[in-house]
Design a protein around this ligand. Sequence first.
Ligand code: APR
Length: 312
Amino acid sequence: MPRRNKIALIGAGNIGGELAALAAREELGDVVLFDIPDKEGLAKGKALDLEQNGSVLGYDAHIKGSSSWDDCAGADVVIVTAGVPRKPGMSRDDLLSINLKIIRNVAENIKAKCPNAFVIVISNPLDAMVFELKKVSGLPAERVVGMAGVLDSARLQLFLAREMAVSIKDVRAMVLGGHGDTMVPVLSYCTVNGVPVTQLIAKDKLDAIVTRTAGGGGEIVKLMGTSAYYAPATSAIAMARAYLYDEKRLLPAAAYCDGDYGYKDMYIGVPVIIGGAGVEKIVKIELSAEEKANLDKSAGAVRELLEASKKL
Ligand code: APR
């Protein structure tokens, strides 16, 4: 008998709450909003609020707040935001030691309760967290992915659209590499309806946009004292949808590279196809010498994070 998809959201904080709201509105399935026992009230409260929201909006999703992993058992999709977000002045890497412990615990529970799920990691520092989750859970690489590229590309698209005063709908952009200051906006693949942005925007303006994109998360942390949540949640939901509906979308995402782009045994942002089998393919695209050098530099920064993780 057909059944509704089950989506487990690990972490019921700012991003977790927005993920639940979007998953319900898009009718992706029933939702479990999970958090630690201390935050069970928060998870249950948000769940109830969102179920009541369904009465107004007319969706039938069941949303359950919980601090028991048993409620997450058998999930089709798990989205992980467990951890602490950045405070002003903190880099994503400063979060490493705190969030690593949390991710190891989450990974053990996913292994035990949700071994068949497609897992999307959002917790930072992203590339290290998604690597650790795959390692500890033992899930296959195609079913563990990190959300960063869709968000970073969305930020770049916005800045490009505003600079040219054109509709955001016509701007396509691609950001690869690690989810940190070394991320690589790949301008040769950024277009307005197929027209390369390099033909439309002066170099100094593009340079400023690239810099703003790399610091796009930090700009928001500085303004509101915690990290962004609307666009991060929407980005992860787009990836969940691509999996659940076998959409075969080509998206930038942190994927497990085993020789791809010359990177071995690490996660980094690359173009992938997401469909019903998860990360179905890492797409090899041509990069200019400068872009490849920047990607290598970013991979070096991710590698340093992984080395630091090993000692913790
Ligand atoms: N299991 C489940 N949830 C946990 C655990 C755990 N072991 N440890 C902490 N959490 C929960 C916290 O109790 C909190 O409710 O994770 C939630 C995180 O929510 P917020 O603090 O609101 O953080 P948020 O803005 O949602 O960001 C979460 O995503 O983008 C990244 O840098 C960000 O690492 C951060 C994560």
